[in-house]
Design a protein around this ligand. Structure first.
Ligand code: PLP
Length: 456
């Protein structure tokens, strides 16, 4: 059996069937924006391998950091031990996190960091003597991961409905509909306001993907929503969790997506709450807890983190039990921490905000004119993310044809043809991706979607 034959027969791929699997390509190596396949062809990775390969594949500085660390210590349990890469990474994260979010829990994937964030919120309220505050409010259209609590706070009508039976019931506000760049519509926050009022006293935290609901709705929404959300959480004594796993690390423009709120001012938006006028402060609208992952290691090795404020950490630590009750085997893996330190150095040394602005400009120029063409229902661009919403995706063989023709790897899902390329992408790369996106969007619509087609 060849590698591909064995793979096809025995190995599950994400959101895929084993008896009718979609095609997979064998990758032999990768460098920069390119994947080199076993058959010698190359593909531009226009989805940054699910949005994590920010600095490009196999970045020499990150590879070298992993190699150097591997000579000293590949792994040690974090219960009872610590090590330099973990401490260095905690310090580096604290330096760029929203003010005060300097208490760090290292998780081994984005989903786990979200589970940890929600558990922190619940344990915080237990410590305050309110164990009945044990529900999470999330937004429809959101996605926070595939583990059971993450499924329970992701879009309730989305890809996880099959598993409703094992999910605990959480509460949902309507998907934010006031778009990024539109005038703020105060009625957009009404649904969240209602949920918080109706369930006052039952809620531990509100969670959202700031500004960019990615894997489910591909929705860019108005940052004013976040400021209203912060004020509501304060009014109800509820913690606020920002899941920056997809949108963080410059994907939407600023380092953190929630920093878009820094650029608002209440006069201009007609908002009921004053917004931070401070353009220079880092994340002056702060969540209580924030999750980061994906681009944290530049997409070289799995690692995520949950960052908490002193208030959250102190309250949990002063409660009973004072221990925070979570501890994965691979917590703070030294190789992953070393990779993340090197990745954060690259973020610090590189003007990604400038390159992301160029990417945004090029995507907007190339793709916004597609609006209104047959089968295209909307085109949205923000930062290094471009989304073409279509009535129906092309047939699978047409998607494969476009990928091969342009040498651009795309993974459309649901009604979305999109790109989220590495942040290092230059004009030539973005031009090729733009051509491939347009070609795909204008291809003949395929049959009605089946199961797996809806999943990212
Ligand atoms: N949160 C958000 C916003 C995500 O986009 C994702 C993954 O796409 C996750 C959490 C889950 O991360 P992971 O796949 O690393 O578990």
């Amino acid at each position: 059996m060849t590698t591909l034959e064995y793979d096809r027969a025995y190995i599950w791929h994400p959101y895929a069937s084993l008896n009718n699997p979609p095609p997979v390509r064998e990758v032999a190596s990768a460098s920069g924006v390119n994947l080199t396949l076993a058959n010698g062809k190359t593909l531009i990775d226009a989805v940054s391998s699910w949005w994590c390969v920010a600095h490009g594949h196999n970045h020499p500085a990150i590879v070298e950091a992993i190699r150097r660390q591997s000579e000293k210590l590949c792994h040690v349990m974090f219960g009872g031990f610590t090590h330099e890469p973990a401490v260095e990474l905690a310090q580096k994260l604290a330096a760029i996190a929203p003010a005060g979010l300097n208490r760090v829990f290292f998780a081994d994937s984005g989903s786990i960091s979200v589970e940890v964030a929600c558990k922190m919120a619940v344990q915080y309220h237990v410590a305050l003597g309110h164990p009945e505050r044990n529900r999470i409010v999330a937004l429809k259209g959101g996605y926070h991961g595939d583990t059971s609590l993450c499924m329970a706070i992701s879009d309730p009508d989305g890809m996880h409905t099959l598993f409703k039976g094992i999910m605990t019931q959480q509460f949902f506000a309507e998907k934010p509909s006031c778009g990024f760049g539109s005038d703020w519509d105060p009625t957009d926050i009404a649904s969240l306001t209602k949920v918080l009022e109706e369930h006052d006293g039952e809620i531990a935290a509100v969670i959202c993907e700031p500004v960019f609901q990615a894997a489910n709705a591909m929705n860019f929404y108005n940052p004013a929503y976040l400021a209203e959300m912060r004020a509501l959480c304060d009014a109800h004594g509820v913690l606020l969790i920002f899941d920056e796993i997809a949108a963080g690390f410059y994907r939407t423009g600023p380092l953190w997506a929630h920093q878009w709120t820094n650029r608002l001012c209440s006069d201009a938006t007609g908002m009921s709450r004053p917004l931070c006028p401070d353009e220079t402060g880092v994340g002056c609208l702060c969540p209580d807890i924030m999750t980061v992952g994906k681009a944290l290691t530049g997409g070289h090795i799995t690692l995520a983190a949950t960052l908490a404020s002193e208030k959250v950490a102190e309250t949990i630590s002063n409660g009973r039990p004072s221990a925070f009750m979570h501890g994965p085997t691979y917590m703070a893996n030294p190789l992953a921490c070393a990779a993340a330190c090197a990745s954060l150095d690259l973020f610090a040394q590189t003007d990604y905000a400038a390159n992301v602005a160029k990417i945004e400009h090029a995507f907007a120029a190339g793709l916004l004119p597609l609006k209104g063409l047959p089968n295209v229902t909307d085109v949205r661009v923000l930062g290094a993310a471009a989304v073409i919403e279509v009535e129906r995706l092309p047939a699978r063989h047409d998607i494969e044809r476009v990928i091969d023709k342009h040498g651009v790897w795309l993974r459309p899902f649901g009604n979305f043809i999109y790109a989220m390329p590495p942040l290092i992408s230059n004009g030539e790369t973005i031009a090729k991706i733009t051509m491939a996106l347009a070609d795909l969007a204008l291809s003949k619509p395929g049959p009605a979607p089946t199961d797996g087609d809806f999943h990212e």
